[in-house]
Design a protein. Structure first.
Ligand code: NAG
Ligand code: NAG
Length: 416
């Protein structure tokens, strides 16, 4: 608390520039329409633009798994469950597979949690193979394209590479059977084997009701300059340091722990969501993956995300004008973060806050239940609709086969 007051005092005694800043940094009252085509894309209604057939699978692929561990409903990969529920009652769903543009296989591949709640993807490859085997023998549609008109939700850290350690994930690569499918995933990094062309990058799941419950008055001044709560080091998994977050988080701590403009700590306060609404900038550095739920929280709470993750591919990047909302800082420039942030012109900060205040931005980051227009479910559908019509070349001749059913680690070939 004392630290925060100190920051506010500092903001006030900076130059006139900053004094104006301290008064103006109220949560933007006005919102700004998003310029260009991006805004219009976010407002698109997918209904009428695509039809999705949902395969009926035995409940051991989805509902039974969830019954075993209801924590899967609240962790950051819960989109795989909510998207299934959403599609079952969505007007884009068709019960006639002959008229479907897209086929969806509801497998909860990320719902296998350790006692501490960490999702382990070790069974996922076998589960996916088993589900694909099932749909390909019971319906003709998989064989017709070997998955090129099928989409899968694979929200785990390294998506369909199905390993939580990056080097192992890279070694594994995308599960061979999924190499023609469209993958809907949180993992987004350019030139990475676990992200292929045509994938749809989505935000991680952050609980909408809980966030809603912590909203504070929009007129609350933003008196915190830079805010961050989370790990700087992961001593357990990276004892020597430098590997976790490629050293970027460690660098934030080492350079700015004593800087009064930086309200940073590993302690997670109960006022975490409120604090983000009192902050101008929220740091969103990479961790083990390039993204974290902070990105969603920053957007929802109108705190300008400072994205530190080289080569990140952001959620719905073809629809959300991330350059207008956030600040991008190269990992190597973390030691200059203070100078970078204090030299951003105030008009630019205010403009970013106005774009952030646009409800379409927040809506696109969330998976609310019940679903709402323009939410993340709808953005996924919009992304799928934009990939239509399918190129004729995806359809295989009868008997033609491209995928190799026995490729991949032998362990994956065991039945599930
Ligand atoms: C699809 O192909 C596989 C192997 O190539 C075959 O075993 C299966 O019966 C085919 N499915 C249908 C529905 O014909
Ligand atoms: C499929 O993959 C297996 C394992 O890598 C390999 O032994 C086999 O030759 C491949 N089959 C074809 C047709 O390429």
């Amino acid at each position: 608390m004392r630290k925060r007051r100190l920051v506010f005092a500092l903001l006030l005694c900076f130059s006139t520039f900053w004094r104006i800043g301290a008064f103006k940094f109220h949560r933007a009252q006005k919102t700004e329409r998003i310029s260009g085509s991006a805004g219009d894309v976010l407002e698109d209604d997918p209904v009428g633009r695509l039809k999705v057939f949902v395969y009926e699978l035995p409940s051991k692929y989805n509902k039974k798994i969830l019954q075993k561990d209801p924590r899967c409903l609240t962790h950051m990969f819960a989109a795989e469950i909510f998207m299934h529920r959403f599609l079952l009652s969505s007007p884009v769903r068709t019960l006639n597979p002959e008229e479907a543009d897209w086929f969806y296989t509801p497998v909860y591949a990320t719902c296998d949690l350790t006692p501490n709640g960490l999702p382990l993807p070790f069974k996922s490859p076998r589960m996916m193979r088993s589900a694909i085997q099932l749909i390909s023998s019971n319906w003709p549609y998989w064989n017709a394209t070997e998955g090129a008109d099928h989409f899968f939700i694979v929200p785990h850290d390294f998506a369909a590479c199905f390993h939580y350690l990056e080097e192992k994930a890279i070694e594994r690569g995308i599960l061979p059977l999924l190499q023609r499918a469209t993958l809907v995933q949180t993992f987004g990094q350019r030139n990475h084997v676990c992200l292929k062309d045509g994938s749809i990058i989505i935000p991680p799941y952050a609980p909408p009701q809980k966030m809603q419950a912590h909203l504070i008055s929009p007129s609350t001044p933003r008196s915190i300059f830079v805010y961050f709560r989370g790990l700087f080091y992961d001593v357990g998994n990276d004892p020597e340091g430098g590997y976790y977050a490629r050293g970027a988080r460690a660098s934030v701590w080492e350079n700015f722990k004593d800087n009064p403009l930086f309200d940073i700590s590993t302690e997670h306060p109960t006022t975490y969501y409120e604090d983000m609404q009192r902050a101008i900038f929220c740091l969103c550095p990479l961790g083990w993956a390039p993204w974290s739920p902070r990105l969603v929280e920053a957007v929802v709470f109108g705190c300008i995300p400072v994205i530190i993750a080289d080569d990140i591919v952001l959620p719905f990047a073809d629809a959300i004008p991330w350059e207008d909302i956030g600040i991008f800082v190269a990992e190597k420039d973390v030691p200059k973060l203070d100078t970078i942030l204090t030299s951003i012109p105030i008009e630019e900060i205010l403009r970013k806050q106005r774009v952030l205040a646009n409800p379409s931005m927040k809506q696109a980051m969330l998976f609310p239940h019940p679903a709402q227009a323009r939410d993340a479910f709808h953005q996924i559908l919009n992304g799928l609709a934009r990939k239509l019509p399918h190129d004729r070349s995806i359809y295989l001749r009868s008997g033609e086969s491209i995928l190799n059913w026995t490729a991949g680690p032998v362990g994956d070939l065991k039945p599930w």
